[in-house]
Design a protein around this ligand. Structure first.
Ligand code: GLY
Length: 398
């Protein structure tokens, strides 16, 4: 990556306006966090043996088995709730679910995709880091080995979806995968085997080179030729068009490049994240909560609160990695605070039946009409992660 010249960041047009927003005080953030914990309590009985579906229906998550790419987010919320409160009911439910994650990888249940990082970093690496649970460690290492099987050496990428022999999916990487790479780095550190970091280092360099466009927007997905390694074309899957910038994809980039930088000291990762962050911040409606695709900045389209929550975590992770002298660092922190406060003030779902989500107004898959203006479980997770980052010293599970 260091051989690639990195274009300058576009200036943050509203930096002055962002910096003058009043910062919420600690009591306000604690109150929002308490409201999220209360919602978890409300849902705990339903979601101990079962899990929330990826998105809600009428604000309420249907209960599902451990078969989706999203199951780790709820278990991750339980670990965060335990860290925030010290209440053992959350740890006990999370430990119960860890057994299900071990069963899932042992029996290869719906694990032929790249989302193993989302699943196992938040459920099992977390358990290992927080409690020294060896069952969780073994399950996470098995998941990391499964993820490594998706690495295509000629292309230097982890293939996102599909059987590796499926020509329709061959060589496709996606921006979301940035968040799955920490599982590989973690496994490399645990085992001492260099193959994990080698694959992750190649993938993140390819993502920076090909998924990030010259203007610092991102393709959702990009095809590489798995045989020759040649870059082929960028396409969208969940965005408005192949040339638009899907808001959650951009947020995965803002969050993922600096998280990978915790393991890979390449400075270009941080500058890339900053370029993506500025592009994102310059295409937000006035309340700083993005529409579902950044081609729409005028708030006439559905918002994606889940992308805002991911971006808030990413901006905080980015600010942490930047020197105090960086001209945009304070804007990133202030914007993250403003987004979290706005989500807490104006985007919380009102009380409802058990299974009710936390954040309203997210979008799962607009082109397929799935989960539009609903809660999405990763949005709830990242909102709670952002609150943890803002209220205490917190070590990521990633
Ligand atoms: N990683 C899939 C999504 O963000 O919807």
């Amino acid at each position: 990556m260091s051989r690639v010249s990195i274009a300058p960041r576009e200036p943050i047009g509203r930096a002055g306006e962002i910096l003058t927003r009043p910062r919420p005080d600690r009591d306000r953030l604690d109150a929002i966090l308490a409201a999220v914990l209360a919602r978890i309590d409300h849902n705990l009985a339903v979601f101990t043996d079962a899990f929330p579906a990826p998105s809600s229906q009428g604000g309420v998550y249907p209960a599902i088995d451990n078969t989706e790419w999203t199951n780790g987010f709820w278990t991750g919320m339980l670990w965060l709730a335990w860290e925030a409160s010290g209440q053992d009911r959350y740890r006990e439910a999370a430990e119960h679910q860890v057994l299900g994650f071990r069963d899932r990888i042992d029996n290869a249940i719906a694990v032929d995709h790249h989302d193993l990082g989302f699943l196992y970093s938040l459920s099992c690496v977390s358990a290992w880091k927080l409690t020294g649970d060896l069952v969780a460690r073994d399950a996470a290492l098995a998941a990391a080995r499964k993820l490594l099987e998706r690495y295509l050496p000629a292309a230097g990428v982890i293939q996102a979806w599909g059987d590796l022999s499926d020509p329709a999916q061959a060589g496709r990487m996606i921006i979301d995968c940035n968040l799955n790479l920490p599982l590989l780095y973690w496994a490399g550190e645990e085992t001492g085997e260099p193959a994990f970091a080698q694959a992750a280092n190649r993938h993140i360099a390819q993502a920076a080179r090909h998924i990030v466009r010259p203007d610092a927007s991102t393709f959702h997905t990009f095809f590489m030729d798995p045989g020759s390694g040649a870059p082929l074309r960028g396409t969208t899957h969940q965005g408005f068009s192949d040339s638009s910038c899907w808001a959650r994809g951009q947020a995965w980039g803002v969050a993922g490049f600096p998280l990978v930088h915790r393991y890979n000291a390449e400075p270009g990762l941080i500058e890339t994240a900053a370029r993506l962050a500025n592009y994102f911040l310059n295409r937000l409606p006035d309340d700083l909560i993005c529409c579902w695709d950044l081609i729409f900045a005028d708030a006439t389209q559905p918002r994606d609160s889940s992308a805002a929550a991911i971006a808030a975590c990413g901006l905080l992770e980015l600010a942490r990695a930047l020197p105090l002298s960086d001209p945009d660092r304070e804007t990133y922190e202030t914007a993250a605070l403003a987004m979290v406060e706005t989500l807490g003030e104006r985007y919380l779902l009102p009380p409802g039946p058990p299974g009710t989500g936390v954040l309203a107004h997210a979008v799962y898959h607009m082109p397929n009409g799935v989960g539009v203006d609903e809660a999405c479980i990763w949005g709830d997770y990242f909102f709670l992660e952002a609150l943890m980052r803002l209220t205490r010293v917190w070590e990521p599970y990633w």
